[in-house]
Design a protein around this ligand. Structure first.
Ligand code: HEM
Ligand code: HEM
Length: 184
């Protein structure tokens, strides 16, 4: 059986890199979202709003690559836990991946309904996901904001579980996901 100190009992370095990269990008994205001006009917996608779209499309790209990587590279063997805990952890992980995909697409749909030209990394124009002036596209702005809060709640749950493993169960689970170059 693998021990926590053998390489196979940790996520591979690419998975670990993606995990912490997404955390860093999300921190930047939320900081921008909460400081950018309110978006109204005649708002133009400039300044912090342009940065929000830049980082949002970057997150979407990174998450797609991360999921493709994960689908082709398996996770290390599960740490010993109750079946319920294992299932809960897997469900939260899947939901996190799903929200990371859906959230930027909702923002993009809202941006399209405002007639904004959404560009990948500020360079490559992406197709509009809703027609300009579309009512449902506009509604997706509210859904985007609600789902962003949902993501925060879920990440809170995920981090609480990580802290529980680290300090209460003391099973070194965190080491499985330590950034490349850190941890034993
Ligand atoms: C994971 C990536 C993203 C996160 C975490 C995120 C988060 C947020 C948050 C928290 C808000 C609410 C800001 C407030 O409270 O005033 C917001 C608003 C908004 N976001 Fe994002 N966003 C992401 C990606 C995107 C993308 C890719 C786009 C467009 C291409 C986008 C477009 C917008 C727009 C247009 C609003 C204003 C919505 C409205 O007021 O109706 N977002 N975003
Ligand atoms: C301080 C913040 C965080 C800590 C301490 C943390 C910790 C961890 C740990 C220890 C694991 C490995 C679990 C295992 O071995 O079964 C993990 C997996 C995972 N984390 Fe985090 N995490 C954090 C933030 C985030 C954020 C912000 C996201 C995404 C929004 C995220 C998404 C995931 C996902 C999807 C997995 C499952 C990986 C897989 O099996 O594909 N984490 N996290």
């Amino acid at each position: 059986m693998d021990t926590l100190n053998t390489p196979t009992s940790r996520y591979d370095p690419v998975s670990r890199f993606f995990h912490w990269l997404v955390l860093g990008l999300l921190m930047i994205e939320f900081a921008i979202a909460w400081t950018m001006p309110d978006v109204h009917k005649d708002t133009k996608p400039e300044g912090l709003i342009a940065w929000h779209i830049f980082f949002g499309t970057l997150i979407l790209t990174v998450v797609i690559l991360r999921i493709l990587w994960r689908l082709t590279h398996s996770a290390p063997a599960d740490v010993p836990m109750t079946l319920l805990q294992t299932m809960a952890a897997k469900a939260v992980h899947k939901l996190l991946y799903a929200i990371l995909l859906i959230l930027p697409v909702l923002g993009w749909t809202n941006a399209s309904s405002r007639g904004w030209d959404v560009k990948l990394l500020g360079l490559l124009s992406l197709p509009a996901l809703s027609p300009k002036g579309s009512g449902w596209g506009h509604e997706m702005g509210d859904v985007h904001q609600a789902v962003a809060i949902g993501l925060l709640v879920l990440v809170g749950l995920h981090v609480t579980a990580a802290i529980y493993h680290q300090w209460i169960m003391k099973d070194h689970l965190l080491q499985r996901m330590m950034p490349p170059g850190h941890g034993k």
